[in-house]
Structure formats: structure tokens, C-alpha cells
Design a protein around this ligand. Structure first.
Ligand code: NAD
Length: 382
């Protein structure tokens, strides 16, 4: 059976727009995928940002006005990667056009924006919508998720999910829109990176019942365009202690979402520990997943051990890549798109899918509770 052809447009040709364009070029690496996407159009208000897309010979439309994309009947799917304050309007316009949308996180600048997008979806059910969150598509993350779902933890003790950056340790790094509340949103780093720390907990059914948050604004000013210091008024780090429930048992769930975690470059970490077993994975060492067990050691006694597994390259959708080879960030983006387009096609089955709009909207409820918790110095019930 031949694959369904899907024409994709990108709105926002910046860091993520280019990353997604490159990932789609690697599509033939996927084995027997039911969809064959082609990037045919790109929009950016900055004409210079469009030049890079000349590298991709399937692109036939370059425009500075996304209305041109929405008016083009040949386009099926739109990926939008723009500033958070622009999410609501552009997402709603895409959905109202009937095209499918892969939206970037945080899915609106705040909870009200996310709810407005959900309302637009309800009015246009023909538009298939998901939110971008690629880290769970690392093979090691998938193994950790499957381990938890297998019931191997037994009675849960605790779980932790972290997403850690560090380049903001450099105080001379210029301010940008992600570090200004009016563009990034009041939740700061949670808006910027929090989908990464919440996608897996929410998919595992660990929606928090209450949140106690400690937020830090470590760098109040940064150099502006002319070098003069200007306000950098977003939270840099957020540690949330939540009560969640796994198989009916309440447990402490800790999420750390940090722009200043010295030494960490885009490190995503997941750990879940129970009375019977445990699992942990970090993208710092992407080949390795650790599982906990009590085992008989030959020549020794019965011991508690963390065992290490090399996971190889295979994730949600099989690829031609040798299974013993390593996986990386761009592989996780390709896998997220494979899951997104397979789910849109109705062929994902029970495989792990891209973040759902209701999960993204729920993150905003969590962030609002976190802001209130920090402000009032107490746990906030959700
Ligand atoms: N999933 C991830 O790992 C990940 C990583 C980084 C950023 N993001 C998210 O992606 C989104 C964009 O971030 P980025 O780092 O790519 O930003 P960026 O600043 O690098 O790029 C944004 C682009 O949007 C363009 N733009 C602005 N207004 C526009 C409009 N009205 N129409 C068309 N283009 C417009 C800008 O000119 C710019 O080129 C944000 O929501 C961010 O949170 C996700």
C-alpha cells in the first residue's frame, strides 16, 4: 500500500522551524510508515529567516504572511514555532482553517490562551492537534515508560522528572523573548521548558493533586540589543513537589525545570522507584537505562542492584538505523513526527503519542498552582 502524501508548512523558521524541516528530510529512515510528509511551505515575518529553506527543494512557497499558508488548499499540516504570546491567535487560525496543527509548547502563553485553543478545536474537530514534546521519544525514555506501565515498580515510593539547561549561567548572554515575561509568559521557565518535565508524568496518569513550588529569579537583568542592561523578568528555575497517585497509591513527584543547572545541556531525566523495582534514564547518557532489582549474586548473597542496559536506537517507530546504534535529539524529533502523523492517520495503535492538547492545557493549571504556591509559601490543591 502506498503511503499517504501529506504536505506540511512551517510557521516560524527559527531554531525549531529549521530543526523540524531537517527531521522531515530524514523521513525515509522510518520503516513502513503510512504517511509520506513533504515540506512545501514556510512562513516567517523575517524574510532573512526564509533563506535557509532554499536548502530544501520541496519548498515551493516562502511567505512573510501565514494567511498565505492557511489559504493554500494543498497544505494539510501546519507546524507553528513562534513566540508564546503569538501562539493563541496563530493556533486558532490554523485550526479554524481545518488544517492539522503540531503546536509548540507551552500551547498558549497561559491557561486562558490554552482554553481558547481547546474551544477552537471543539468547533473544528476536523483539525487534528498535538503539542510538541520530543524528549520522551528517546529509546531510553520509552523503555522507562514501558517499565512503569508493566507494573514492575510494585508499590511506588517516589518519582522525579527533570529538564535542565545551563547556558544562562553566562550573565553576559543577551536577553531574548524567552527571558521576558511579556513574550514568554508569567510562568517563565515553566512555560519554556515545563512541557518536557510534565509530558511523561501526565501520560502515566500522574496529574498532581497538589503542588508546592519554589521558583527562582536568579538573573534580574541581561544585556539588551545595545548592550545596556534591561529587565530579565522571568523565573529561571522551578522545583515543584507534587502529590500524585500511581495505581491508587499517593507518592511524592518532583519536577525540576531549570535554565540554570550548572553543567547541564538539555538534560532530561526520569526516575521512578518502587518497593519491587526502579528505573532511571538521563539523556546525559542516552544509551543507558538503569533498572533496580534484588538479585542473587553468584558467590555472594542476595543484594540490591542497579543494573545497566544499553538501549540502542529503536523507539516508537522502527527505523533502518542499526538497532545497536545510538540515538540523539534529532532522532527524537523524527520519532515525535512519526507518532504525530501516524496518529493523525489512525495508525499509531497503542504506541506512545505526541502530547495531547488537554495535557498541554493541564500544564498551565499546574504552572498557575506553582506560581500561587511560591507566592503564598504553601501547597496549592489542583
Ligand atoms: N520542542 C522543543 O524542544 C523546543 C525547543 C525550543 C523552542 N521550542 C518552542 O518553539 C517555539 C519557537 O521557539 P524557537 O526557539 O524556534 O524561537 P525563534 O525565536 O528561534 O524562532 C521564532 C521565529 O518565528 C518568527 N516569527 C515571529 N512572528 C511570526 C509570525 N507572526 N509569523 C511567522 N513567523 C513569525 C521569528 O521571526 C523567528 O524566526 C516556542 O514556542 C518555543 O517554546 C520548542
Amino acid at each position: 500500500m502506498s503511503a499517504e502524501r501529506v504536505n506540511v508548512a512551517i510557521v516560524g523558521g527559527g531554531l525549531m522551524g529549521r530543526e523540524i524541516a531537517a527531521a522531515i528530510q530524514r523521513w525515509p529512515a522510518l520503516i513502513d510508515h503510512p504517511v509520506r510528509p513533504r515540506l512545501t511551505a514556510v512562513c516567517d515575518i523575517n524574510p532573512a529567516a526564509l533563506d535557509w529553506f532554499d536548502e530544501i527543494d520541496t519548498v515551493v512557497t516562502k511567505t512573510t504572511d501565514y494567511a498565505d499558508i492557511l489559504a493554500d488548499d494543498s497544505i494539510d499540516v501546519v507546524y507553528v514555532a513562534v513566540r508564546h504570546d503569538l501562539h493563541e491567535k496563530i493556533y486558532r487560525d490554523v485550526i479554524a482553517s481545518g488544517k492539522s496543527l503540531l503546536a509548540e509548547k507551552p500551547f498558549g502563553i497561559d491557561g486562558a490562551a490554552a482554553q481558547a485553543v481547546l474551544a477552537e478545536m471543539a468547533a473544528h474537530p476536523e483539525s487534528f492537534v498535538r503539542c510538541s514534546s520530543e524528549m520522551p521519544f528517546f529509546p531510553g525514555a520509552q523503555l522507562a515508560i514501558d517499565y512503569v506501565r508493566s507494573g514492575a515498580l510494585g508499590t511506588i515510593i517516589e518519582a522525579r522528572n527533570s529538564f535542565l539547561h545551563s547556558s544562562d549561567l553566562d550573565l553576559s548572554k543577551p536577553v531574548n523573548w524567552k527571558r521576558q515575561k511579556q513574550f514568554c509568559g508569567e510562568a517563565g521557565v515553566l512555560n519554556d521548558l515545563g512541557m518536557h518535565t510534565w509530558h511523561v508524568p501526565l501520560r502515566l496518569g500522574w496529574a498532581p493533586e497538589s503542588v508546592y513550588a519554589v521558583l527562582q529569579d536568579l538573573v534580574p537583568e541581561r544585556p539588551g540589543p545595545d548592550g545596556t542592561l534591561v529587565p530579565c523578568d522571568t523565573w529561571e528555575n522551578a522545583v515543584l513537589h507534587s502529590r500524585a497517585r500511581h495505581e491508587g497509591v499517593q507518592f511524592p513527584l518532583t519536577t525540576e525545570t531549570k535554565r540554570i543547572a550548572p553543567g547541564q545541556k538539555n538534560t532530561w531525566e526520569f526516575e521512578a522507584i518502587g518497593l519491587d523495582g526502579g528505573v532511571r534514564f538521563s539523556t546525559k547518557n542516552p544509551k543507558s537505562v538503569e533498572v533496580f532489582a534484588v538479585v542473587d549474586v553468584p558467590g555472594g548473597g542476595r543484594e540490591q542492584v542497579w543494573q545497566q542496559i544499553d538501549v540502542g536506537s529503536q523507539s516508537v517507530w522502527p527505523t533502518v538505523t542499526g538497532p545497536i546504534f545510538e540515538s540523539g535529539f534529532s532522532d527524537s524529533i523524527l520519532q515525535m513526527w512519526a507518532a504525530f502523523l501516524a496518529e493523525r492517520h489512525g495508525s499509531l495503535g497503542d504506541r506512545f503519542g505526541a502530547a495531547r492538547p488537554e495535557e498541554a492545557a493541564l500544564t498551565h493549571d499546574i504552572y498557575r498552582a506553582a506560581l500561587q504556591s511560591h507566592e503564598e509559601g504553601r501547597a496549592v490543591t489542583l
